[in-house]
Design a protein around this ligand. Structure first.
Ligand code: SF4
Length: 329
């Protein structure tokens, strides 16, 4: 996606937030009716601007707790917030990501709420969530975890990840750097498929060195991206930087049918190898590059289709020798 396209998406989203802010301040305004139309229109604009996955966390599905947390402001309307995915789907965005913040409320309520949300999207639109994020309450600028007594243990957290994996096998499970290295290691084995590395949680944190007390959330895993990639390689995982499906228009029910039949693996595996190779060429330390190249050499032999394997081998050579980029299935 080009910088202009990204700028367009940010512009549409920012205009929506500003529009809603003014409306909510007007007590005479029928927020629900107008907001639905307005937002539908803007979801369409986001889709036209080329948005990939639209991710919105519910925080908690428990209405009273939600309203207690958001007494005023653009997020204060529980129903409006809970129905955002429906408006996004109806506005043409067929790739959405859900998540709750475990610890705000009783975990079992939110866990069931999350599963029911996924079930609802699948039943109504034929497409469940592309991703589910599983953050836990951590210390932040405006959150003191000691004020909440619904925190969940590492063991319970691992169980939640395992059951999610079984309940929605087609969905990417995301865990953030707010979890420790040990915890991330454990849940990776249980079904987490997407992790971040070298995250910054303060505004402008990627552009400048982050000050210790400027972040929105405490980050437990503070390793650099290179360290995270090297760690994944050591454990035998293939770190993939692939975003091919969005860019090939493989979204919504088209994506889901490939996912549920397992055929998506014919794209994911070769794409993982080629995008990892690009990362190794452009950003990795010499040590990480050495481990990664070794893994690619071994893994490329596991591409089952002979023709596809030949294409991957050719592309890997072009990435290394001709500095070519952006190959994908
Ligand atoms: S091909 Fe790439 S974008 Fe599509 S599901 Fe696989 S890893 Fe994700």
């Amino acid at each position: 996606m080009s910088k202009d396209e990204i700028a367009e998406i940010v512009k549409v989203a920012a205009a929506e937030v500003l529009a809603r802010k003014d409306e909510i301040l007007d007590e005479e305004y029928d927020a629900r009716y107008h907001d639905v139309n307005l937002l539908m229109k803007n979801y369409r604009k986001l889709k036209e601007a080329g948005i990939g996955t639209y991710i919105l966390f519910q925080e908690t599905y428990h209405k009273e707790s939600y309203e207690h947390l958001h007494p005023t402001g653009p997020k204060s309307n529980y129903c409006y917030h809970t129905e955002a995915m429906d408006r996004a789907m109806e506005g043409g965005i067929d790739d959405v990501g859900c998540g709750v913040l475990f610890g705000l409320n009783l975990y079992d309520y939110d866990f069931v709420g999350l599963l029911m949300h996924a079930e609802h999207l699948e039943a109504v639109y034929g497409v469940g969530p592309h991703t589910i994020s599983v953050p836990r309450l951590r210390r932040a600028d405006d959150i003191d975890p000691d004020q909440f007594d619904n925190g969940i243990s590492d063991e319970l957290f691992a169980k939640i990840v395992a059951v999610l994996r079984i309940a929605v096998p087609y969905t990417g499970l995301i865990i953030s750097t707010r979890e420790s290295k040990e915890c991330r290691e454990k849940v990776l084995e249980l079904g987490v498929s997407q992790i971040s590395g070298g995250s910054r949680t303060s505004v402008g944190g990627y552009a400048e060195e982050e000050e210790e007390d400027s972040s929105q959330f405490e980050v437990s895993d503070t390793r650099t991206l290179d360290q995270v990639v090297s760690w994944l390689l050591d454990m035998g995982h293939i770190p993939s930087f692939c975003t091919a499906c969005y860019r090939e228009g493989r979204t919504g029910d088209r994506f889901m049918s490939l996912c549920k039949s397992g055929q998506i693996q014919n794209c994911c595996h070769p794409n993982a190898l080629m995008t990892l190779k690009e990362y190794l060429m452009d950003y990795a330390s010499p040590e990480t590059k050495a481990i990664g190249d070794k893994l690619i050499e071994k893994e490329v032999l596991n591409v089952p289709n002979e023709k596809a394997r030949a294409v991957v081998l050719k592309n890997l050579r072009l990435i290394e020798q001709d500095n070519r980029r952006d190959f994908r299935f």
